[in-house]
Design a binder for this molecule. Structure first.
Ligand code: ZN
Ligand code: ZN
Length: 244
């Protein structure tokens, strides 16, 4: 196998072949751990259609949830990039639907995020703002902000995220969508309003004091807006990954 990129390695698990970072500390924040499989002795029958397992009706474990099903209820093989599987893996009906939805994030939004957008960035309550290019790093772990200066925000250190829409103005403090990655389970959809900015709270490396970062779409509003919408989708996956 010559196609393993630098810094990655292939590992074989009972579920299939996975390509993971050599150093576990570099796992993508969007990634999920493999589930524990429900032990064979604890599942005499399919957990979906309750058909009893025997010589003819064999057990299959869903690679995403680890539950036990008959072939009919767990026959779909679907790609599962969040668990770093190289090939599509067997999943139950419920999980395959979730995984198929996530594929859109991997196929589209992740590329938009890595492509970047231009924003007017204000740090903290400073009066000064700077036009910066913001993009997601290739390993998905950081937001890189580049202008006159450079700094980065680690995704895992973001404690809250608000997406601002065109209708809302900072003065009114009318925030259409509020996404608290750590505190709130419910993340509302952005609706039809175009995202125009984002307010982040994060803890810089080595600090417990949250900092505020405000980003507003600069000249290319369309690209910036797609970037924000992609970030909003990503936030849901991040929350889910942390919630495990
Ligand atoms: Zn079944
Ligand atoms: Zn499942």
């Amino acid at each position: 196998m010559s196609s393993v990129p630098d810094g990655k390695k292939l590992v074989r698990s009972p579920s299939g072949l996975r390509m993971v970072p050599e150093n576990g500390a570099f796992n993508s924040p969007f990634s999920l751990d493999e589930p524990q499989w429900v032990p064979d002795k604890e599942c005499p029958s399919c957990m979906q259609c309750t058909k009893k397992f025997d010589f003819l009706t064999r057990k299959h474990h869903c690679r995403r949830c680890g539950r036990c099903f008959c072939d009919k209820c767990c026959s779909k093989k679907v790609t599962l990039p969040r668990m770093c599987f190289v090939d599509p893996v067997r999943q139950c009906g419920e999980c395959s639907r979730v995984s198929q939805k996530e594929m859109e994030f991997y196929d589209k939004q992740l590329k938009v995020l890595m492509g970047g957008g231009t924003f007017i960035v204000t740090l903290g309550t400073s009066e000064k703002s700077e036009t910066m290019m913001c993009r997601l790093s290739n390993n998905h772990r950081y937001l890189f902000l580049d202008g006159e200066s450079h700094f980065e925000v680690e995704l895992s250190r973001i404690s809250s995220m608000q997406v601002l829409t065109e209708e809302s103005t900072p003065e009114e403090n009318d925030i259409h969508t509020y996404t608290s990655l750590l505190d709130s389970q419910s993340i509302s959809e952005g609706g039809n309003c175009r995202a125009s900015g984002m307010l982040l709270h994060y803890k810089p490396m080595g600090s417990q004091d949250p900092k505020q970062l405000r980003m507003e779409a600069a000249e290319d509003k369309k690209t910036a807006s797609s970037w924000l919408a992609a970030m909003h989708k990503g936030a849901k996956l991040l929350y889910e990954a942390r919630d495990q």
